[in-house]
Design a protein. Structure first.
Length: 320
């Protein structure tokens, strides 16, 4: 049996847990689902770049290939187990200790801003018979640590199957995350060692952690050589139009995430930014309070709804 092993560090707290939301371990089904996502993201260019391929034919071939690798539910076209068994090993992850929550202090608004509604509840003042309550997390995350993913393949597995899954693991270890709010940096993972097989000569391509931004770009183009031939995909996948920005770097992930939160908050904010990006949204809100009917959506709606507004002058009838 061929075994593929990939080791990772969890560098920012992950809001993931078991069936009741308890942050005790990494659920293998959730991790396998994430791996499916990154496999699709990396495999699309291989199918779409084929001569004569269309989006429809590439999607059909992609679906069949995914069913072969990961398995599929039984149906009219068959179904069954994929080419590997999967488990999480060597994990030292556990709930984030209350002593390690200095990064969520009330004088640091940037990380709670990245958490957003659902994971973070702001401070409540005393009101009537209700006592005051400090700001808090609504659920405990997994703290930083390390873990490994082990894929044990069926007999007679093809080398191309192993390479495709190793590539998905490599992408996951440089761009991925686990749990809620991964697109805002929570639950970020980092590949800590080269991906390897327990048996020699089963992985002809090296999948190693990137040593710099330029090295990451070099490896990305080496692992995905057909990107330039592929235009806009019909789902989230790498293509010739993909743009990867490395805006902040530093020795500690939480410090970098704090900077991201500050920039994110400043970009959206009217009060924090000396040259606000969304002054019309600010004026729009006061106009609605003054009785004018809105004729368009706020531009910040692109970030999602609901989008809260903080009014410094509730008695104002004109934008200030």
């Amino acid at each position: 049996m061929t075994t593929l092993l990939a080791r990772f560090d969890l560098v920012t707290p992950a809001f993931i847990g078991d069936a009741v939301g308890s942050a005790q371990l990494l659920p293998p089904p959730s991790i396998k689902g994430v791996l499916r996502f990154w496999w699709r993201a990396t495999a699309w260019s291989n199918f779409r770049a084929m001569e004569g391929a269309t989006d429809a034919s590439a999607l059909r071939d992609l679906h069949q290939r995914e069913a072969h690798l990961f398995g599929s539910a039984a149906g009219d076209s068959g179904g069954g187990q994929g080419v590997f068994l999967f488990d999480v090993i060597e994990s030292n992850l556990g709930p984030l200790d209350s002593d390690d929550r200095n990064w969520l202090a009330t004088d640091n608004p940037y990380l709670p801003y990245l958490l957003g509604q659902g994971l973070w509840e702001g401070r409540k003042r005393a009101h009537g018979s209700q006592a005051a309550r400090p700001a808090r997390l609504t659920r405990d995350p997994l703290g930083e640590g390390s873990f490994a993913l082990r894929l044990r393949f069926k007999r007679n597995v093809k080398t191309e199957d192993i390479v495709e899954l190793a590539r998905a693991l490599w992408i996951f270890g440089h761009f991925g995350g686990i749990g809620s709010r991964t697109r805002r940096g929570w639950g970020s993972v980092s590949l800590s060692q080269p991906i390897r097989t327990m048996e020699p000569n089963r992985l002809p391509t090296e999948f190693a952690p990137a040593t710099s931004v330029s090295n990451l770009a070099e490896q990305l183009h080496a692992h995905l050589p057909l990107l330039a031939k592929v235009e806009q995909p019909p789902f989230s996948a790498f293509s010739g139009l993909t743009r990867c920005d490395a805006s902040i770097s530093g020795p500690k992930a939480m410090e970098a995430l704090t900077q991201v939160g500050e920039l994110f908050m400043c970009y959206r904010s009217f009060r924090m930014n000396p040259a606000p990006n969304f002054r019309p949204d600010h004026d729009w809100l006061y106009a609605v309070l003054a009785g004018h009917s809105p004729i368009a959506m706020q531009k910040r709606s692109i970030f999602g709804l609901p989008h809260n507004g903080f009014l410094t002058n509730l008695n104002a009838t004109e934008p200030s």
